[in-house]
Design a binder for this molecule. Sequence first.
Ligand SMILES: NC(=O)c1ccc[n+]([C@@H]2O[C@H](COP(=O)([O-])OP(=O)(O)OC[C@H]3O[C@@H](n4cnc5c(N)ncnc54)[C@H](OP(=O)(O)O)[C@@H]3O)[C@@H](O)[C@H]2O)c1
Length: 334
Amino acid sequence: MAYLPNPARYDTLEYRRCGRSGLRLPAISLGLWQNFGEKDTLGNCRTLLRTAFDAGITHFDLANNYGPPPGAAEETFGRLYKDDFRAHRDELIISTKAGYGMWPGPYGDGGSRKYLVASLDQSLRRTGLDYVDIYYHHRPDPNTPLEESMGALDALVRQGKALYVGLSNYPAAEARRACAILRELGTPCLIHQPKYSMLVRTPEEGLLEVLAEEGVGCIAFSSLAQGVLTDKYLQGVPSDSRAARQLGNGAIEEGQLSPANIEKARQLNDLAGERGQTLAQMALAWVLRDPRMTSVIIGASKPQQITDAVRCLDAPRFGDEELGRIEAILAGKT
Ligand SMILES: NC(=O)c1ccc[n+]([C@@H]2O[C@H](COP(=O)([O-])OP(=O)(O)OC[C@H]3O[C@@H](n4cnc5c(N)ncnc54)[C@H](OP(=O)(O)O)[C@@H]3O)[C@@H](O)[C@H]2O)c1
């Protein structure tokens, strides 16, 4: 049946300005790293994308290697885009990335101009898009001069294949250098995509300061710690959970569910209940408490996870006492 999006889709979600750019992103974005590969049913993928768009999520995050196998998530997105979203192209911000191993030989990995240019052409073919909104270098490459990687991003914007460029997984000092090179080239860096959650605090060690100074937005990934910062693993490991599915490619495994983190999740879950939220909602709201954060990219295997997430800012802002209690739980001092 033809997809008719919810007419009220822009009524509830907050849209935040991305750094000093003119672009606003939804506070919650949807990532296609997991659950959009060959093993996943097209019907569920369709439901997830429609649920997100109906809830006001205008930003879908891809990468060349998302699947499995690599490339599959872009192909899945391309099929659904053709069926459901082509008429809404100008309402969407689609990102993709290159930087991890994608094809054999010396040109399918890293940060060379050769790799970044060829990979975006492949991504456009798989998705059926004429251009992506944001093209990221997925990780720094110590074997390629930053000038070459940033020069490739700038060239792709000038060719009309990307509207904006971003960095992912760049430490603070390299991010600052990359931003300076991009500014000099006339293609300012739009956004940085780091891992950031209650359990992974690295961006607080300098990166967020650099991004604020440079006027660059910040969009966090794995802010639910792949499900650990939800109530999902509090009573064991459900058979349909990511940890049980042995997905590989960086997906969390059962052995990584440490008893210490599950205990923290249990205490955080109680605190979330006091706030009238689910733990997932509190974990997302906690990342978004910092005004330097533009958005959080969630992953989802079920539509309810999306509708749950978009209501994360409904509860009152965190008070100092609550933030202190969260810090104490995270430090294991309770
Ligand atoms: N730039 C990078 O290097 C990089 C790396 C990783 C990810 N990312 C981006 O960030 C996106 C999100 O990453 P992620 O999947 O690790 O994020 P996440 O939001 O931390 O984890 C998502 C998973 O948590 C579970 N979940 C979500 N909501 C839940 C709820 N309300 N209750 C219970 N369980 C819930 C689901 O797993 P189940 O399958 O168990 O239901 C879901 O697939 C990716 O898709 C990608 O776009 C980028």
